[in-house]
Write a protein of this length. Structure first.
Length: 254
């Protein structure tokens, strides 16, 4: 894989993790110019799925060759937008909530109501930047080492701070949700923070698009049965619907 192919593969990973960011933000993460990102995105429209397995059809397969990455990303973004908007509607006056790091949780931010005496615990620089402009919201921010690829700030002191707080609702994110292997994320440094916020919340609400179910990522942080409620899109499979129902987990499909 040459330098350009490595950069484009990294661009795909960024979009899968964060959704479609601005050209400037993606360029900053890749340390290239916005024009380079623009050219890469245009080329990727006509490439096969870069995440396909070696056994997938090759470039000679017309359907695979015309795979439209941007269209798939836009569809995923629309799903996340619906999930985020619905999740924000679950926030009520005087709530104390925790917002996890994740592109789906980020979609809640524009819809969080103002002037409702809401307290919000967060540890993500992007979340802090969005919330500080809202009126009538009390922010508790746990700082530490800044990770630009996820916007997460984490430290032992920040984790202790989170453990001392209590909330009535946690909006949790995940990169993978598996029946046997539990709920996972992509970065090991996220796990201690996630475990701390799980312990600090009385109601745990998982926000995950349907593509996350059945998926396993490298870093485990909890079992599925610690979740009280799941908000996802209408492409979740029937077996997963049945499994969540059998586990007594409330399911909201949006």
């Amino acid at each position: 894989m040459n330098k350009k192919e490595r950069r484009q593969a990294e661009l795909v990973k960024i979009i899968e993790t964060h959704g479609m960011l601005s050209m400037k933000d993606m360029a900053s993460l890749l340390q290239v110019s916005p024009m380079t990102v623009y050219r890469d995105l245009n080329e990727l429209k006509y490439k096969p799925d870069m995440t396909a397995s070696p056994d997938s059809p090759g470039e000679d397969d017309e359907t695979n060759s015309s795979y439209n990455l941007i269209q798939a990303i836009q569809e995923s973004n629309e799903q996340k937008e619906r999930i985020g908007k619905f999740a924000a509607s679950l926030i009520h006056e005087n709530d104390i909530i925790i917002l996890d790091t994740g592109s789906t949780v980020d979609r809640m931010l524009p819809y969080i109501p103002e002037n409702k005496n809401i307290s919000i615990v967060c540890f993500n620089a992007n979340v802090l930047a969005e919330l500080r402009h809202k009126q009538g919201i009390h922010i508790f921010f746990a700082g530490g080492i800044y990770h630009p690829e996820t916007e997460l700030c984490e430290s032992p002191e920040g984790i202790m701070f989170l453990k001392r707080l209590r909330a009535n609702k946690l909006f949790l994110s995940a990169a993978g949700v598996h029946e046997q292997l539990g709920i996972t994320c992509a970065k090991e440094y996220e796990t201690a923070t996630k475990k701390a916020i799980i312990e600090s919340a009385s109601t745990r609400i998982l926000l995950a698009d349907s593509g996350k179910f059945g998926r396993v990522c490298s870093s485990y942080f909890c079992d599925l049965d610690i979740v009280h409620r799941v908000v996802t899109d209408n492409k979740i499979s029937d077996p997963w619907k049945q499994l969540l129902e059998e586990d007594g987990i409330q399911l909201d499909i949006v």
